[in-house]
Design a protein around this ligand. Structure first.
Ligand code: GLU
Length: 307
């Protein structure tokens, strides 16, 4: 992998069609990569089989294409990469970084540990020193240190977590046999040579875990920029769960301009009337990451649909 190449990526999960929130992440990561003269990769995060919606991945690709996004190479499907995740897990087990865990979700939820950054409970470490007698392995976890792991986000500034106290040893292979997002994303970003991760701020609290995993796997840590996520009036992220409407590619340039304005970019009204062939070069030339609001969420009136 040529280390001099700057490489960004967009990694949607095919849990539904593209909505305005995911469009914002696509626009931000695309412009950051292209404005830096870099490549932009597309990865379909389809390993969480129970959450995949048939046809969603094709609809996401169609929408991106119709809006004029141009990705480098072919999209990478996580479902084709299970052997790579298995190899990473094996390496972590051999280093004694990963270990089998017998605890059920309920046991962790009922533990008297403090709340974790994810809103659950910090893992109490029950199986850290070995499976308790008579119990069998359900999941595999990564040991985390009682130490600060942090980074300087290009939008949000410094983020530091004590992984042991705020998260606890976290799951790499789930009890249902699925590899966890945290492991897959680290293996894929590393093997694809991603240098710049630009994504929604809902994932910022996962980043110290991902950095720790990179360190244990001997992988480089990319730069991170976490963009504000679009929320409804109740402050909930626009998503399938909050019934965010699908983006209609017919929204064209005005829709893209709306995503840019959401990201704090100065977009003159006449841009809305530009053809897509002129819009993208204009947007790449005018992209300013330092204009993106340093906020984790921004309420999007009317779910940010075009008028
Ligand atoms: N698949 C994740 C999502 O759709 C994004 C993961 C990432 O960008 O690291 O929220």
């Amino acid at each position: 992998m040529n280390a001099a190449v700057r490489r960004g990526r967009f990694a949607p999960s095919p849990t539904g069609p593209l909505h305005f929130g995911s469009l914002v992440a696509a626009v931000g990561s695309y412009l950051d990569a292209r404005a830096g003269g870099g490549e932009w990769l597309l990865r379909i995060e389809d390993i969480d089989a129970p959450r995949n919606v048939p046809g969603a991945e094709a609809s996401i690709l169609r929408t991106l294409e119709a809006l004029g996004f141009a990705w480098d190479g072919v999209p990478l499907y996580q479902s084709t990469r299970l052997d790579r995740y298995r190899a990473a897990l094996d390496a972590l087990c051999q280093q004694d970084d990963a270990y089998p865990c017998a605890c059920s979700r309920r046991e962790v939820a009922d533990s008297r540990q403090g709340p974790s950054v994810d809103g659950g409970r910090v893992y109490p470490g029950t199986c850290r020193a070995g499976l308790p007698p008579g119990r069998t392995a359900r999941a595999w976890r990564l040991r985390v240190p009682d130490a600060a792991v942090g980074f300087v986000d290009r939008v949000q500034g410094e983020v530091v977590q004590n992984l042991e106290r705020e998260v606890g040893d976290f799951v790499l292979l789930r009890a249902d046999g699925q590899f966890a997002y945290q492991l897959a994303v680290v293996v894929d970003d590393a093997e694809s040579g991603v240098t710049d991760v630009v994504r929604g701020a809902d994932l910022i609290d996962s980043t110290p875990r991902q950095i720790w995993l990179q360190q244990r796997l001997g992988a480089a840590t990319p730069r991170y920029a976490h963009l504000p996520v679009a929320t409804n009036a109740a402050g909930e992220k626009l998503s399938k769960q909050t019934l965010a409407p699908a983006v209609d590619a017919a929204g064209g340039v005005p829709l893209l301009a709306r995503a840019l304005r959401f990201l704090g970019q100065a977009v003159p009204a006449e841009i809305d009337r530009m053809p897509p062939s002129e819009f993208w070069p204009w947007a790449i030339a005018h992209w300013r990451l330092d204009a993106v609001p340093r906020r984790r969420g921004i309420v999007c009136p009317d779910q940010c649909l075009p008028p």
